[in-house]
Design a protein around this ligand. Sequence first.
Ligand code: LLP
Length: 431
Amino acid sequence: MISHCLGVNNAGHLEISGCDTLCLAEQYGTPLYVMSEDEIRETCRRYVASFERNYGGRGKPIYASKAFSCKEIYRIVLSEGLDVEVVSGGELYTALQAGVPGRQIHFQGNNKSIGELTMALENGVGDIVVDNLSELERLESLAAERGVTAPISFRIKPGIDAHTHEFIRTGQVDSKFGLDLASGEAMDALRRASELEHVVVKGLHCHIGSQILEKAPFVHAAEVMLQFFAQVREELGMTFEHLNLGGGFGIHYTERDDAIPYEEYMEDVSAMVHAKCRELGLDLPYIFIEPGRSIVGEAGITLYTVGNIKHIPGVRDYVAIDGGMFDNPRYALYQSAYTCILANKAGEPADYTATIAGKCCESGDLIQEHTLIQKPEEGDILAVLSTGAYNYSMASNYNRNLKPAVVMVSHGKSRIVVKGETYEDLVRNDV
Ligand code: LLP
């Protein structure tokens, strides 16, 4: 199985963290998001341990909560010693409601509103990651109005294209995020910040991409960023406490994904940071990394009930489910690969080629095309694996479908952490 928390029990059913998925489907109904708390905690511990082992504990992971945000996930990652990253007033509000202290929150975003920045200042957010010069000015005046000093870092574009195999350095990166290094934009922002009274620059941040299955781009990003640390010290006499290398560590969606064990990233990054700091005469910075997908992705599965099966001779077989792009838009958006299993036939061979179709009025509402599953029948329970990240968080009410519940499982026990929506929820804001 592609995830540690999954297995097949004696009844031949798929199980997750000791819970039979058929029992979960029966108890809570489908569609249903199921997440393994054991797997999430284990992954958090592996990341934390990698800082202990390779970097003397002078750093920590930040959970990028855009991958999956609800009160319980903030409580879980907080209890494992992680900080959290938020990108909107909504995520910030949820984190605060869950009891995350403001000082452990890192606030990202390329176009934060005045309302969001105000909320960050009023709640003592410990790290506002400034994306651009106009945000810097806006923040300065909002902090001045309140007579406070905002702890900030800057989001830098290091000019690394991590999505190609041969990553390349580009002077000018086409991205809506962050400040450009090569053109001098990043240096200008730091110069301006040094003149301002109500912001204090604590560090620099970069994020090179997502679902990256190699180490080299992260190591290269650390190298480029530390080179910039030295340049800033030289030109502005400014030093930084921390370096945030962002997230993007790839996971298994199918057996074909060659995901790197998460602890190995810090081994190589740490070696580069030590070497570069020695070479440039820099103090070792505190290091943050910002994983989202890899904390929750493989820990989650979605359970559906199989409905009609349409055999179109010479074309394909559509297997319809009671969910679709409203609970998982990732195939429609990115043609993402997934592993699908009939949970009640998990021990049987997967030799039936199916296209898994959702129930939305849209031909592109598919979860996977031409994928191998066990021979399906109406009423089977279909499990889609590795749906813990960017599924619930990207769900919608398209066609007025209800967002499913999220159930957390641990050591054979299950509990609801997000209730499923009801029809009353749908009309709550209608006037
Ligand atoms: N930090 C920053 C600043 C980010 O923009 C992101 C992701 C992360 C951390 C976390 O990256 P991760 O470890 O999760 O790869 N909706 C897309 C993914 C968008 C990722 C956006 N930024 C998907 O479903 O694949």
